[in-house]
Design a protein around this ligand. Structure first.
Ligand SMILES: [Zn+2]
Length: 166
C-alpha cells in the first residue's frame, strides 16, 4: 500500500516495539485488541489484500479497465486508468483512520507516536488526491469497511467513476 512507502524501517521497528510491549497483556480483552491490531499491522505493506481484490472485481463488473501499482502517479493509486483519468485508492480504515469508523482505533501504547503517524498518513492522502485532481483525475477513495457490501460498493463506484460522463 502506498501509505507505507516511506519510513518503512522506522515503522517496522515501532511495530516490533509495540508488539513486544503489548504481548501478554493483563486481560483477555486487552490481548484480543492487541492481536487484532497486530493482524492489521501485518497486512499493511501487502498488495492485493481482500478489500483491494473486491474493489478490482467491482470495477471490472462495471466495465472499466485499470492498471495496478501506479507508481508514476501521485500517491501510487491502487487502481488507475490514464486515458479515462480515474484513480481509486483502497484505504485500510485503521492506517488511514477512517473518520467515525469503529476500525479506526488508536493504540493506547505509544499513543503520541500513532496520533502523529496517522496525521501524517492522512495529510499525505489529502496531498495525493489534490495532486491527482490537478492532473484532471477523478479520484475515489474506497474504505476497507465499504467493501463488505459488494452491491453498495458497485453502486458507489458507478456513481463515482461515471460522474463526469466518462
Ligand atoms: Zn471504515
Amino acid at each position: 500500500m502506498p501509505v507505507m512507502r516511506s519510513g518503512v524501517v522506522a515503522d517496522g521497528e515501532a511495530v516490533q516495539r509495540f508488539k513486544r510491549a503489548t504481548s501478554g497483556g493483563p486481560s483477555t480483552h486487552e490481548f484480543s485488541t492487541t492481536a487484532g491490531t497486530s493482524r492489521r499491522m501485518g497486512k499493511v505493506r501487502q498488495r492485493g489484500t481482500a478489500p483491494e481484490l473486491i474493489v478490482r472485481r467491482a470495477v471490472r463488473r462495471i466495465g472499466l479497465h485499470y492498471r495496478l501499482r501506479n507508481r508514476d502517479l501521485p500517491g501510487s493509486p491502487d487502481l488507475a486508468n490514464r486515458s479515462r483519468r480515474f484513480a481509486v485508492f483502497v484505504h485500510g480504515c485503521f492506517w488511514h483512520q477512517h473518520l467515525h469508523c469503529p476500525r479506526a482505533t488508536v493504540p493506547k501504547r505509544n499513543r503520541g507516536f500513532w496520533v502523529a503517524k496517522f496525521a501524517a498518513n492522512r495529510a499525505r492522502d489529502d496531498r495525493s488526491v489534490e495532486a491527482l485532481r490537478q492532473l484532471g483525475y477523478t479520484v475515489l477513495v474506497v474504505w476497507e469497511c465499504e467493501t463488505a457490501d459488494p452491491d453498495a460498493l458497485t453502486a458507489q463506484l458507478t456513481r463515482g467513476l461515471f460522474r463526469h460522463g466518462r
